[in-house]
Ligand binder design. Structure first.
Ligand code: ATP
Length: 435
Protein backbone atom coordinates (compact mmCIF):
# COMPACT_ATOMS: atom_id res chain seq x y z
CA UNK A 1 0.00 0.00 0.00
CA UNK A 2 2.86 2.34 -0.73
CA UNK A 3 1.61 5.61 -2.14
CA UNK A 4 3.67 7.81 -4.39
CA UNK A 5 3.08 11.19 -5.89
CA UNK A 6 5.41 13.85 -7.15
CA UNK A 7 5.51 17.06 -5.16
CA UNK A 8 8.31 18.74 -7.13
CA UNK A 9 6.07 21.70 -7.93
CA UNK A 10 4.99 22.12 -4.33
CA UNK A 11 8.68 22.14 -3.38
CA UNK A 12 9.53 24.72 -6.06
CA UNK A 13 6.68 26.93 -4.87
CA UNK A 14 7.19 26.68 -1.15
CA UNK A 15 10.91 26.21 -0.53
CA UNK A 16 13.55 28.93 -0.70
CA UNK A 17 15.90 28.48 -3.68
CA UNK A 18 18.81 27.93 -1.36
CA UNK A 19 17.14 24.87 0.18
CA UNK A 20 16.02 23.55 -3.18
CA UNK A 21 19.60 23.83 -4.46
CA UNK A 22 20.96 21.91 -1.51
CA UNK A 23 18.46 19.11 -2.07
CA UNK A 24 19.24 18.96 -5.78
CA UNK A 25 22.97 18.93 -5.14
CA UNK A 26 22.61 16.17 -2.55
CA UNK A 27 20.42 14.20 -4.97
CA UNK A 28 22.99 14.46 -7.76
CA UNK A 29 25.67 13.34 -5.37
CA UNK A 30 23.61 10.33 -4.38
CA UNK A 31 23.38 9.41 -8.04
CA UNK A 32 27.17 9.66 -8.43
CA UNK A 33 27.50 7.66 -5.25
CA UNK A 34 25.24 4.96 -6.67
CA UNK A 35 22.72 5.23 -3.87
CA UNK A 36 19.24 6.51 -3.09
CA UNK A 37 18.79 9.65 -0.99
CA UNK A 38 15.70 11.08 0.69
CA UNK A 39 14.74 14.09 2.73
CA UNK A 40 12.57 12.84 5.58
CA UNK A 41 10.67 13.59 8.76
CA UNK A 42 9.63 16.98 10.13
CA UNK A 43 10.86 18.80 7.02
CA UNK A 44 8.44 16.90 4.76
CA UNK A 45 5.61 17.09 7.29
CA UNK A 46 5.97 20.86 7.55
CA UNK A 47 6.31 21.28 3.80
CA UNK A 48 2.89 19.64 3.36
CA UNK A 49 1.43 21.62 6.26
CA UNK A 50 2.86 24.84 4.76
CA UNK A 51 4.85 25.58 7.89
CA UNK A 52 8.39 26.93 7.65
CA UNK A 53 11.01 24.38 8.56
CA UNK A 54 14.47 24.51 7.07
CA UNK A 55 16.00 21.69 9.14
CA UNK A 56 16.81 19.07 6.55
CA UNK A 57 17.17 15.44 7.59
CA UNK A 58 18.59 13.35 4.79
CA UNK A 59 18.62 9.56 4.75
CA UNK A 60 20.89 7.71 2.32
CA UNK A 61 20.89 4.01 1.63
CA UNK A 62 24.68 3.92 1.88
CA UNK A 63 27.46 5.03 4.22
CA UNK A 64 25.96 8.29 5.49
CA UNK A 65 29.25 9.58 6.88
CA UNK A 66 31.16 9.13 3.62
CA UNK A 67 28.23 10.76 1.82
CA UNK A 68 28.20 13.70 4.22
CA UNK A 69 31.96 14.22 3.83
CA UNK A 70 31.59 14.36 0.08
CA UNK A 71 28.60 16.70 0.27
CA UNK A 72 30.50 18.99 2.65
CA UNK A 73 33.45 19.12 0.25
CA UNK A 74 31.22 19.92 -2.70
CA UNK A 75 29.40 22.69 -0.84
CA UNK A 76 32.47 24.08 0.98
CA UNK A 77 31.03 23.13 4.33
CA UNK A 78 32.35 21.26 7.34
CA UNK A 79 31.20 17.94 8.65
CA UNK A 80 30.77 16.49 12.13
CA UNK A 81 29.94 12.86 12.58
CA UNK A 82 28.99 10.15 15.00
CA UNK A 83 30.54 6.82 14.02
CA UNK A 84 28.45 4.80 16.43
CA UNK A 85 25.12 6.02 15.03
CA UNK A 86 26.35 6.35 11.44
CA UNK A 87 25.06 9.91 11.40
CA UNK A 88 26.66 13.17 10.36
CA UNK A 89 25.84 16.83 10.10
CA UNK A 90 27.08 19.05 7.30
CA UNK A 91 27.43 22.70 8.24
CA UNK A 92 27.53 25.09 5.31
CA UNK A 93 29.47 28.38 5.39
CA UNK A 94 26.24 30.32 6.05
CA UNK A 95 25.45 28.15 9.08
CA UNK A 96 22.80 26.01 7.36
CA UNK A 97 22.84 22.48 8.81
CA UNK A 98 22.02 19.29 6.96
CA UNK A 99 21.66 16.10 8.96
CA UNK A 100 22.61 12.92 7.20
CA UNK A 101 21.68 9.46 8.45
CA UNK A 102 22.38 6.00 7.16
CA UNK A 103 19.47 3.72 6.31
CA UNK A 104 20.70 0.22 6.94
CA UNK A 105 18.43 -2.73 7.20
CA UNK A 106 20.62 -4.78 9.50
CA UNK A 107 20.94 -1.85 11.87
CA UNK A 108 17.41 -2.09 13.21
CA UNK A 109 15.79 -4.48 15.59
CA UNK A 110 12.42 -5.60 14.41
CA UNK A 111 9.73 -4.43 16.80
CA UNK A 112 7.29 -7.02 15.55
CA UNK A 113 7.42 -10.13 13.43
CA UNK A 114 7.68 -8.62 10.00
CA UNK A 115 8.38 -10.14 6.63
CA UNK A 116 11.77 -8.43 6.47
CA UNK A 117 12.42 -9.32 2.85
CA UNK A 118 9.75 -6.89 1.79
CA UNK A 119 11.29 -3.92 3.49
CA UNK A 120 13.60 -1.53 1.74
CA UNK A 121 16.08 0.37 3.87
CA UNK A 122 14.17 3.61 3.62
CA UNK A 123 10.95 1.87 4.62
CA UNK A 124 12.63 0.37 7.66
CA UNK A 125 14.12 3.72 8.56
CA UNK A 126 10.69 5.34 8.44
CA UNK A 127 9.05 2.47 10.29
CA UNK A 128 11.15 3.03 13.40
CA UNK A 129 10.01 6.65 13.66
CA UNK A 130 7.55 8.01 16.17
CA UNK A 131 4.39 8.90 14.22
CA UNK A 132 3.00 8.52 10.73
CA UNK A 133 3.08 12.29 10.23
CA UNK A 134 6.86 12.15 10.74
CA UNK A 135 7.36 9.09 8.53
CA UNK A 136 7.23 10.64 5.07
CA UNK A 137 10.18 10.75 2.69
CA UNK A 138 10.83 12.64 -0.51
CA UNK A 139 13.19 11.04 -3.01
CA UNK A 140 15.84 13.53 -4.17
CA UNK A 141 17.80 11.55 -6.81
CA UNK A 142 17.58 13.49 -10.13
CA UNK A 143 15.44 10.94 -12.00
CA UNK A 144 12.76 10.89 -9.32
CA UNK A 145 13.31 14.23 -7.60
CA UNK A 146 10.22 15.19 -5.63
CA UNK A 147 8.62 11.75 -5.38
CA UNK A 148 6.79 11.59 -2.07
CA UNK A 149 7.05 8.14 -0.55
CA UNK A 150 4.24 7.26 1.84
CA UNK A 151 4.25 3.70 3.21
CA UNK A 152 2.06 4.16 6.27
CA UNK A 153 -0.85 6.40 5.40
CA UNK A 154 0.92 9.56 6.53
CA UNK A 155 -0.85 11.80 4.02
CA UNK A 156 -4.24 10.60 5.19
CA UNK A 157 -3.28 11.30 8.82
CA UNK A 158 -2.03 14.77 7.95
CA UNK A 159 -5.35 15.44 6.25
CA UNK A 160 -7.36 14.01 9.17
CA UNK A 161 -5.13 15.87 11.66
CA UNK A 162 -4.32 12.66 13.49
CA UNK A 163 -1.25 11.65 15.48
CA UNK A 164 -0.85 7.92 15.03
CA UNK A 165 1.98 5.53 15.93
CA UNK A 166 3.33 3.11 13.37
CA UNK A 167 2.86 -0.06 15.40
CA UNK A 168 1.35 -1.29 18.66
CA UNK A 169 4.64 -1.59 20.55
CA UNK A 170 5.76 1.95 19.81
CA UNK A 171 5.28 3.31 23.35
CA UNK A 172 6.77 0.18 24.88
CA UNK A 173 9.86 0.74 22.77
CA UNK A 174 10.05 4.37 23.79
CA UNK A 175 7.60 5.89 26.30
CA UNK A 176 8.90 9.43 25.65
CA UNK A 177 6.90 9.24 22.44
CA UNK A 178 3.82 9.82 24.61
CA UNK A 179 5.14 13.27 25.43
CA UNK A 180 6.05 13.84 21.79
CA UNK A 181 2.52 12.86 20.74
CA UNK A 182 1.09 15.45 23.11
CA UNK A 183 3.52 18.12 21.90
CA UNK A 184 2.66 17.59 18.23
CA UNK A 185 -1.06 17.32 19.01
CA UNK A 186 -1.02 20.73 20.66
CA UNK A 187 1.34 22.37 18.18
CA UNK A 188 -0.59 21.41 15.07
CA UNK A 189 -3.98 21.30 16.72
CA UNK A 190 -4.22 17.60 15.80
CA UNK A 191 -5.76 14.77 17.83
CA UNK A 192 -4.10 11.60 19.02
CA UNK A 193 -5.93 8.82 17.15
CA UNK A 194 -8.28 6.42 18.95
CA UNK A 195 -6.08 3.33 18.88
CA UNK A 196 -2.97 5.34 19.64
CA UNK A 197 -4.75 6.86 22.62
CA UNK A 198 -5.56 3.38 23.95
CA UNK A 199 -1.90 2.47 23.56
CA UNK A 200 -0.95 5.60 25.54
CA UNK A 201 -3.32 4.61 28.34
CA UNK A 202 -2.02 1.06 28.32
CA UNK A 203 1.58 2.20 28.48
CA UNK A 204 0.76 4.35 31.49
CA UNK A 205 -1.07 1.47 33.19
CA UNK A 206 2.01 -0.69 32.62
CA UNK A 207 4.02 1.94 34.47
CA UNK A 208 6.45 2.33 31.60
CA UNK A 209 7.42 5.81 32.73
CA UNK A 210 9.06 4.46 35.85
CA UNK A 211 11.76 2.91 33.66
CA UNK A 212 12.56 6.16 31.87
CA UNK A 213 15.69 8.04 32.84
CA UNK A 214 15.34 11.52 34.30
CA UNK A 215 17.52 12.79 31.53
CA UNK A 216 15.12 11.66 28.78
CA UNK A 217 12.07 12.98 30.60
CA UNK A 218 13.68 16.38 31.09
CA UNK A 219 14.71 16.48 27.44
CA UNK A 220 11.09 15.98 26.32
CA UNK A 221 9.74 18.41 28.93
CA UNK A 222 12.15 21.07 27.69
CA UNK A 223 10.87 20.57 24.15
CA UNK A 224 7.29 20.95 25.35
CA UNK A 225 8.17 24.02 27.41
CA UNK A 226 9.77 25.79 24.44
CA UNK A 227 6.68 25.51 22.26
CA UNK A 228 4.64 28.66 21.69
CA UNK A 229 1.69 27.23 23.63
CA UNK A 230 2.53 25.27 26.71
CA UNK A 231 -0.58 25.17 28.90
CA UNK A 232 -2.47 22.89 26.48
CA UNK A 233 0.29 20.29 26.61
CA UNK A 234 0.57 20.49 30.38
CA UNK A 235 -3.19 20.03 30.77
CA UNK A 236 -3.16 17.11 28.36
CA UNK A 237 -0.23 15.47 30.17
CA UNK A 238 -2.18 15.85 33.38
CA UNK A 239 -5.42 14.52 31.92
CA UNK A 240 -3.69 11.40 30.63
CA UNK A 241 -1.77 10.88 33.87
CA UNK A 242 1.66 11.60 32.41
CA UNK A 243 2.59 14.22 35.00
CA UNK A 244 1.67 11.91 37.85
CA UNK A 245 3.54 9.07 36.18
CA UNK A 246 6.65 11.23 36.10
CA UNK A 247 6.16 12.02 39.78
CA UNK A 248 2.98 12.10 41.93
CA UNK A 249 3.90 15.55 43.27
CA UNK A 250 3.56 16.99 39.76
CA UNK A 251 -0.21 16.45 39.39
CA UNK A 252 -1.77 19.70 38.23
CA UNK A 253 -3.98 21.78 40.56
CA UNK A 254 -5.99 24.95 40.00
CA UNK A 255 -3.39 27.37 41.26
CA UNK A 256 -0.61 25.83 39.16
CA UNK A 257 -2.89 25.90 36.15
CA UNK A 258 -3.69 29.57 36.68
CA UNK A 259 -0.06 30.53 37.08
CA UNK A 260 0.99 28.54 33.99
CA UNK A 261 -1.73 30.28 31.96
CA UNK A 262 -0.36 33.62 33.16
CA UNK A 263 3.22 32.48 32.50
CA UNK A 264 2.28 31.94 28.88
CA UNK A 265 1.12 35.55 28.63
CA UNK A 266 4.15 36.92 30.46
CA UNK A 267 6.58 34.90 28.33
CA UNK A 268 5.04 36.02 25.04
CA UNK A 269 5.05 39.61 26.28
CA UNK A 270 8.73 39.28 27.17
CA UNK A 271 9.55 37.69 23.80
CA UNK A 272 7.92 40.60 22.02
CA UNK A 273 10.31 43.00 23.73
CA UNK A 274 13.30 41.32 22.02
CA UNK A 275 15.51 42.00 24.99
CA UNK A 276 18.94 40.51 25.45
CA UNK A 277 20.01 38.26 26.99
CA UNK A 278 18.00 35.26 26.01
CA UNK A 279 16.49 33.38 28.87
CA UNK A 280 15.69 29.71 29.41
CA UNK A 281 11.93 29.69 29.06
CA UNK A 282 11.71 26.03 30.05
CA UNK A 283 12.98 26.86 33.53
CA UNK A 284 10.03 29.18 34.08
CA UNK A 285 7.51 26.46 33.26
CA UNK A 286 9.47 24.02 35.31
CA UNK A 287 8.95 26.38 38.28
CA UNK A 288 5.26 26.46 37.36
CA UNK A 289 4.68 22.71 37.43
CA UNK A 290 6.60 22.47 40.72
CA UNK A 291 4.80 25.38 42.37
CA UNK A 292 3.82 24.74 45.97
CA UNK A 293 6.19 21.82 46.49
CA UNK A 294 8.02 22.34 49.78
CA UNK A 295 11.77 22.64 50.09
CA UNK A 296 12.31 19.15 51.51
CA UNK A 297 10.03 17.51 48.96
CA UNK A 298 11.40 19.24 45.87
CA UNK A 299 14.53 17.11 46.34
CA UNK A 300 12.48 14.14 45.13
CA UNK A 301 11.77 15.98 41.89
CA UNK A 302 15.42 16.94 41.37
CA UNK A 303 16.32 13.30 41.89
CA UNK A 304 13.62 12.05 39.53
CA UNK A 305 15.01 14.38 36.87
CA UNK A 306 18.58 13.22 37.60
CA UNK A 307 19.66 16.84 37.90
CA UNK A 308 23.39 17.37 38.23
CA UNK A 309 24.71 19.23 41.28
CA UNK A 310 24.98 22.36 39.14
CA UNK A 311 21.41 22.11 37.88
CA UNK A 312 20.16 21.45 41.38
CA UNK A 313 22.05 24.44 42.76
CA UNK A 314 20.66 26.59 39.98
CA UNK A 315 17.06 25.69 40.82
CA UNK A 316 17.60 26.00 44.55
CA UNK A 317 19.00 29.48 43.93
CA UNK A 318 16.09 30.38 41.62
CA UNK A 319 13.47 29.24 44.10
CA UNK A 320 15.15 30.94 47.05
CA UNK A 321 15.67 34.29 45.35
CA UNK A 322 12.07 34.20 44.10
CA UNK A 323 10.82 33.46 47.59
CA UNK A 324 12.82 36.30 49.05
CA UNK A 325 12.05 38.88 46.35
CA UNK A 326 8.37 37.96 46.05
CA UNK A 327 8.01 38.34 49.81
CA UNK A 328 9.54 41.79 49.63
CA UNK A 329 7.82 43.14 46.57
CA UNK A 330 4.36 41.74 47.17
CA UNK A 331 4.10 43.08 50.69
CA UNK A 332 5.01 46.64 49.87
CA UNK A 333 2.59 49.42 50.61
CA UNK A 334 2.98 52.80 48.95
CA UNK A 335 5.34 53.76 46.19
CA UNK A 336 8.72 52.16 45.61
CA UNK A 337 11.67 54.18 44.38
CA UNK A 338 13.45 52.79 41.29
CA UNK A 339 16.50 51.94 43.39
CA UNK A 340 14.29 49.96 45.78
CA UNK A 341 12.78 47.97 42.92
CA UNK A 342 16.27 47.31 41.62
CA UNK A 343 17.53 46.18 45.02
CA UNK A 344 14.72 43.65 45.30
CA UNK A 345 14.79 42.25 41.78
CA UNK A 346 18.42 42.34 40.66
CA UNK A 347 19.49 39.34 42.78
CA UNK A 348 16.82 37.21 41.06
CA UNK A 349 17.66 35.47 37.74
CA UNK A 350 15.44 36.80 34.92
CA UNK A 351 13.48 33.54 34.76
CA UNK A 352 12.54 34.11 38.38
CA UNK A 353 11.55 37.74 37.77
CA UNK A 354 9.11 36.63 35.06
CA UNK A 355 7.78 33.95 37.37
CA UNK A 356 7.05 36.55 40.08
CA UNK A 357 5.33 38.69 37.46
CA UNK A 358 3.03 35.80 36.54
CA UNK A 359 2.28 34.95 40.14
CA UNK A 360 1.31 38.36 41.36
CA UNK A 361 -2.25 39.57 41.01
CA UNK A 362 -1.34 43.15 41.90
CA UNK A 363 -1.09 45.54 38.97
CA UNK A 364 1.39 47.79 40.74
CA UNK A 365 3.80 44.88 41.22
CA UNK A 366 3.46 43.95 37.53
CA UNK A 367 4.24 47.59 36.71
CA UNK A 368 7.36 47.58 38.88
CA UNK A 369 8.60 44.37 37.29
CA UNK A 370 7.97 45.72 33.81
CA UNK A 371 9.87 48.88 34.75
CA UNK A 372 12.74 46.74 36.04
CA UNK A 373 12.90 44.51 32.95
CA UNK A 374 12.57 47.18 30.29
CA UNK A 375 14.48 50.00 31.93
CA UNK A 376 16.12 49.82 35.37
CA UNK A 377 17.99 46.60 34.67
CA UNK A 378 19.46 47.96 31.45
CA UNK A 379 20.64 51.36 32.68
CA UNK A 380 24.40 51.62 32.79
CA UNK A 381 26.68 53.89 34.79
CA UNK A 382 29.35 55.89 32.98
CA UNK A 383 32.15 55.51 35.48
CA UNK A 384 34.19 52.32 35.50
CA UNK A 385 36.74 50.50 37.60
CA UNK A 386 39.44 52.55 35.86
CA UNK A 387 37.95 55.72 37.31
CA UNK A 388 38.05 54.22 40.78
CA UNK A 389 41.65 53.22 40.23
CA UNK A 390 42.45 56.76 39.15
CA UNK A 391 41.05 57.90 42.49
CA UNK A 392 43.66 55.75 44.20
CA UNK A 393 41.37 52.96 45.37
CA UNK A 394 42.96 49.50 45.44
CA UNK A 395 40.97 47.03 43.28
CA UNK A 396 38.76 44.68 45.31
CA UNK A 397 35.17 43.90 46.25
CA UNK A 398 34.58 47.55 47.16
CA UNK A 399 34.65 48.33 43.43
CA UNK A 400 31.47 46.32 42.85
CA UNK A 401 29.88 47.90 45.90
CA UNK A 402 30.69 51.47 44.85
CA UNK A 403 29.54 50.95 41.26
CA UNK A 404 26.33 49.37 42.58
CA UNK A 405 25.72 52.36 44.85
CA UNK A 406 26.36 54.68 41.92
CA UNK A 407 23.85 52.76 39.85
CA UNK A 408 21.23 53.09 42.61
CA UNK A 409 21.87 56.83 42.81
CA UNK A 410 21.53 57.12 39.02
CA UNK A 411 18.27 55.14 39.04
CA UNK A 412 16.77 57.61 41.51
CA UNK A 413 18.22 60.51 39.48
CA UNK A 414 20.22 61.68 42.47
CA UNK A 415 23.20 61.91 40.16
CA UNK A 416 23.21 62.49 36.42
CA UNK A 417 26.05 62.18 33.93
CA UNK A 418 29.61 61.08 34.40
CA UNK A 419 30.88 64.14 36.32
CA UNK A 420 28.21 63.86 38.97
CA UNK A 421 28.81 60.13 39.24
CA UNK A 422 32.51 60.78 39.68
CA UNK A 423 31.88 63.29 42.48
CA UNK A 424 29.43 60.87 44.05
CA UNK A 425 31.98 58.06 44.34
CA UNK A 426 34.63 60.48 45.48
CA UNK A 427 32.40 61.51 48.36
CA UNK A 428 31.54 57.89 49.15
CA UNK A 429 35.20 56.92 49.22
CA UNK A 430 35.95 59.81 51.52
CA UNK A 431 33.16 58.78 53.88
CA UNK A 432 34.05 55.10 53.80
CA UNK A 433 37.84 55.19 53.88
CA UNK A 434 38.66 58.67 55.09
CA UNK A 435 40.76 59.71 52.13
P1 ATP B 1 10.45 19.54 15.40
O1 ATP B 1 9.61 20.35 14.49
O2 ATP B 1 10.01 19.57 16.82
O3 ATP B 1 11.93 19.73 15.21
P2 ATP B 1 10.91 17.03 14.15
O4 ATP B 1 9.89 16.08 13.65
O5 ATP B 1 11.88 17.62 13.20
O6 ATP B 1 10.09 18.09 14.93
P3 ATP B 1 13.08 16.01 15.81
O7 ATP B 1 12.97 15.89 17.29
O8 ATP B 1 14.05 16.93 15.21
O9 ATP B 1 11.59 16.31 15.35
O10 ATP B 1 13.29 14.56 15.23
C1 ATP B 1 13.58 14.30 13.88
C2 ATP B 1 12.85 13.05 13.44
O11 ATP B 1 13.31 11.94 14.21
C3 ATP B 1 11.34 13.14 13.66
O12 ATP B 1 10.69 13.53 12.50
C4 ATP B 1 10.96 11.75 14.12
O13 ATP B 1 10.45 11.01 13.05
C5 ATP B 1 12.23 11.12 14.59
N1 ATP B 1 12.21 10.96 16.05
C6 ATP B 1 12.59 11.85 16.98
N2 ATP B 1 12.44 11.35 18.21
C7 ATP B 1 11.95 10.11 18.07
C8 ATP B 1 11.58 9.08 18.97
N3 ATP B 1 11.66 9.24 20.29
N4 ATP B 1 11.13 7.93 18.44
C9 ATP B 1 11.06 7.76 17.12
N5 ATP B 1 11.36 8.68 16.23
C10 ATP B 1 11.81 9.86 16.68
Amino acid sequence: NKQERNIRNIMRNRLPNKILNILETAGQMAEEFGTEAYVVGGFVRDLLLTRNNLDMDLVVEADGIAFAKKLAKKMSGRVKYHRKFKTAVVILPDGQRIDVATARLEYYEYPAALPTVELSSIKMDLYRRDFTVNALAVHINPSSFGTLVDFFGSQRDLKDKTIRVLHALSFVEDPTRIMRAIRFEQRFNFKIGGQTLSLVKNALKLNLFSKLSGYRIVHELKLIFTEAEVLGSIKRMNELGVLEAIHPLLALNTSREQVIAELERVVSWYNLLYLEPEISIWKIYFLGICMGISKPKIEQIYNRFSFSQTEKREFVHLRETIFWAAGNIMNIRGELRPSEIYKILSPVPLEGVLFIMARTTRDIVKKYISQYLTNLRLQTVDITGDDLKALGLIPGPQYTKLLYETKLACLDSIVKGKDEQFNFVKKRIKNLYNF
